[in-house]
Design a protein around this ligand. Structure first.
Ligand code: 13P
Ligand code: SF4
Length: 302
């Protein structure tokens, strides 16, 4: 069964839809893999999504179009260094973003995705927990600001969302004063502050359907435009500007690792006699530890 993220290319999302699979955000992907009876899951997304599926359902075969598809948040949070950070603050409850390795999750008390992070931190804060958060500093700052929770922060960032520029976004907004601005909270704070709606991929898609505006400027990976346009074909969707060194790029917000999930990579995963190049494995010891905070999130979200 094919499970694809909203950031994969349009033909991959269409294939998942046509074959009875699912196109979803990180939380829904985890849920779908957990609940679906298929014995093999083909996860089109990035490595942590495949590892999450394997951790939650070790009895299933979990394949990925490529095992090379990683994530800058995962890369920027090595398990040994993160463990040392946690060990230095033993009185803190460790909350990690789903965009991490199974080894980092194994050291956590809670795993969260962007669609449930606010509620879980709010809940922990109300119970008086001191929170150690990792790895995305922008999402962490957004949650800390929204909830008022004190959070010790790992300093990771998403290479895609970190590139959105507030000045260029304000200029674009001035050219389209009737447009509403939708922003994923992995973006820098100055960009989040301009937003009319902030949320996970599924929450931004919902906002694009439910808000009154007919035009939207969207600050997240451009893969999301497939679903937004499919659900609201009468509406206009504009990419938020990105760029380095003052330059402005209007169509470069696309995760290089999500882009590795091409049709030929999928074909190769399904045909390969040696599934070793595509099959995700998580050691039993790690899976047993990582499963605890993952299931805590799924139970909380239920
Ligand atoms: P969502 O959980 O919002 O789908 O985000 C996953 C992700 O990788 C965002 O960059
Ligand atoms: Fe990771 Fe960013 Fe790619 Fe999402 S868009 S998978 S956070 S690098």
């Amino acid at each position: 069964m094919l499970v694809a993220h909203y950031y994969t290319d349009p033909e991959i999302q269409a294939l998942a839809e046509e074959t009875g699979g699912c196109v979803a955000d990180s939380l829904e992907m985890a849920r779908f893999g957990n609940d679906h009876p298929a014995s093999t899951l083909l996860v089109a997304g990035v490595r942590f999504m495949g590892e999450t599926a394997k951790t939650l359902t070790p009895e299933k075969t979990v394949l990925m179009p490529t095992l090379e598809a990683t994530c800058s948040l995962d890369l920027g949070c090595p398990a040994d260094q993160f463990t040392a950070f946690c060990d230095a603050h033993p009185d803190h409850t460790v909350v990690v973003y789903a965009n991490t390795s199974a080894a980092v999750k194994a050291r956590a008390d809670w795993v969260v995705t962007s669609s449930i992070a606010l509620e879980i931190v709010e809940h922990l804060d109300s119970e008086g927990h001191k929170i150690l958060w990792g790895p995305d500093r922008h999402l962490g700052s957004y949650i800390a600001k929204q909830t008022g929770a004190e959070m010790l922060m790992w300093q990771g960032a998403c290479v895609v969302h970190d590139e959105f520029k507030s000045k260029a976004l304000l200029e674009l907004k001035a050219q389209h004063p009737d447009a509403a601005v939708l922003v994923h909270p992995e973006s820098p704070q100055a960009v989040v502050e301009i937003a009319d709606a902030v949320g996970s991929t599924s929450q931004l898609i919902k906002a694009s359907q439910e808000m009154d505006a007919q035009k939207f400027i969207v600050a997240t990976d451009k893969g999301i435009f497939y679903k937004m346009a499919q659900l609201s074909p009468e509406k206009t969707f504009i990419e938020a500007p990105t760029g380095g060194n003052g330059a402005t790029c209007r169509s470069c917000a696309h995760c290089p690792w999500m882009a590795m999930n091409g049709l030929s990579a999928i074909e190769s995963a399904l045909k390969a006699e040696d599934k070793g190049a595509h099959e995700v494995f998580v050691s039993e010891e790690l899976a047993q530890k990582a499963m605890v905070p993952l299931n805590r999130m799924l139970d909380f979200a239920a």
